[in-house]
Design a protein around this ligand. Structure first.
Ligand code: FES
Length: 233
């Protein structure tokens, strides 16, 4: 028996099973760990295995929750992109493409993007959106608001050098708001009254508007915290 005990004590700690001795708090050698007859070992095994299984299930639930989070992320991204894409309109203008908030004034959206609906010196000499100078006249394909001439447009686009028949296709960029994707054409002449389409904008023609923020002083939607037109494609 003593020889057997010595043999157990010589076992590495990992292979021996020690159980508490009743009433003394001391430990007694129980058996070789893993022996099927050992109740202490098997109860510890089962508690350890259940804790490990619960830990593994918790880890698996955590991993499944993490994987479900990971799985949700890629699904959320396209929705986010759709929302972002749906929040504005695209405007094609003289070889450039820009994005603007839906409802932005067309003149403001172009100026914010470093472009302009005015030709040459009309960039400096214009009414800043009052609807009286007629220099922001452009042809618009797409949905704008209002869909037909305003009273100001009717007056100005019938005042020389604007007039029939060329005026029929024109709108004043300062009087309309962007409601859908637009294609905007600018024609030649100080007032944009000519027959030739203006070509693509060069890199040197893109820049801030001459009067900075004062360019938008008559744009009520910008004063009220409306669209900025700053988003570019
Ligand atoms: S800026 Fe003068 S009419 Fe549009």
């Amino acid at each position: 028996m003593q020889a057997a005990l010595n043999s157990w004590r010589l076992q590495p700690a990992g292979l021996a099973c020690w159980a508490p001795r009743a009433g003394s708090g001391a430990a007694r050698l129980c058996c070789r760990r893993g022996a099927p007859a050992c109740s202490a070992s098997s109860s510890r095994r089962s508690s350890s295995s259940s804790s490990s299984s619960s830990s593994s299930s918790s880890s698996s639930s955590s991993s499944s929750s993490s994987s479900s989070t990971d799985a949700a992320s890629p699904k959320e991204q396209p929705q986010q992109q759709q929302q972002e894409a749906g929040s504005g309109v695209s405007i094609a203008f003289r070889g450039r493409a820009l994005r603007a908030p839906r409802g932005a004034k067309l003149r403001s959206a172009l100026l914010e993007a470093g472009l302009t609906p005015h030709n040459g010196r009309a960039q400096l000499i214009n009414c800043r959106g009052l609807g009286t100078c007629g220099t922001c006249a452009v042809e618009i394909r797409g949905e704008v608001e209002p869909p037909a001439w305003t009273a100001a447009e009717r007056l100005r686009l019938h005042f020389p050098p604007h007039g029939p028949p060329g005026n029929g296709k024109l709108r004043l960029a300062c009087q309309v708001s962007c409601q859908g994707d637009l294609e905007v054409v600018k024609y030649s002449g100080f007032w944009g009254q000519g027959a030739e389409r203006q070509g693509a904008v060069g890199a040197g023609d893109v820049g801030p508007p001459p009067l900075g923020r004062l360019e938008f002083i008559l744009d009520r939607s910008k004063r009220d915290g409306g669209g900025t037109g700053e988003e570019r494609m």
